[in-house]
Design a protein around this ligand. Structure first.
Ligand SMILES: Cc1cc2nc3c(=O)[nH]c(=O)nc-3n(C[C@H](O)[C@H](O)[C@H](O)COP(=O)(O)O)c2cc1C
Length: 183
């Protein structure tokens, strides 16, 4: 197995050191995402990058999406505010549906997944860690996001930072149970 694949893992914000990530590095990560495959070359991945003071805006947008009037809005604001604060940057992941709908939507979602995996596999090279988070209120109903286009849906966020994390078990089921051989 490629070492990048063997070593890829979810690193959660409580294990980030608080060190910043510069824009050029984030650009390289997104460049790697942009190298993903897509049917008919629709390139349906889009990212919104929140870093530095921009993270305050993400907090506000999350609360708008969740609903400021809900009983537990303050608890949600605290929970997500903490993760955002701990992260050097947070990417919002979008599916940008091809306006001509030239391929089925599932193919576009799969392509976004491939793009995020490219980014994830690139983190170690830059000494970074992160994970894909898909809270129900953001993605459950296939999220519309404040300021996003009609044909864009939020598929969650990717928290990023410099990791300082204990080694966790990352067990996987037996791959041989997931394959049917026809020969
Ligand atoms: C599409 C997608 C959505 C995910 N959403 C969440 C999430 O909402 N919360 C969470 O804790 N982890 C989430 N994860 C991360 C998984 O929990 C994690 O990848 C899994 O536990 C395997 O761990 P590993 O990434 O370290 O191998 C998501 C992963 C994917 C691919």
């Amino acid at each position: 197995m490629l070492p990048e694949i063997a070593n890829r893992k979810s690193v959660f914000p409580q294990f980030f050191t608080g060190t910043d990530i510069d824009r050029a590095t984030l650009g390289q990560l997104i460049e790697a995402a942009n190298a993903a495959p897509s049917h008919r070359k629709t390139e349906p991945w889009r990212f919104r990058v929140y870093r530095g003071a921009g993270r305050d805006q993400l907090r506000e947008e999350l609360l708008d999406v969740y609903g400021r009037d809900r009983d537990d809005a303050a608890a949600i604001a605290k929970k997500f505010g903490t993760k955002i604060e701990q992260s050097a940057a947070v990417l919002l992941i979008f599916l940008h549906r091809d306006p001509r709908e030239s391929v089925p939507e599932w193919e576009e979602i799969a392509a976004v997944g491939a793009a995020v995996e490219n980014l994830w596999l690139s983190l170690a090279t830059h000494g970074l860690g992160g994970y894909w988070s898909s809270p129900g209120f953001v993605c459950g109903d296939y999220g519309a996001w404040p300021g996003s286009a009609e044909n864009e849906r939020c598929l969650g966020m990717f928290y990023l930072g410099h990791p300082d994390m204990p080694e966790l078990m990352r067990p996987r089921g037996d791959w041989q149970e997931k394959v049917t051989w026809v020969e």
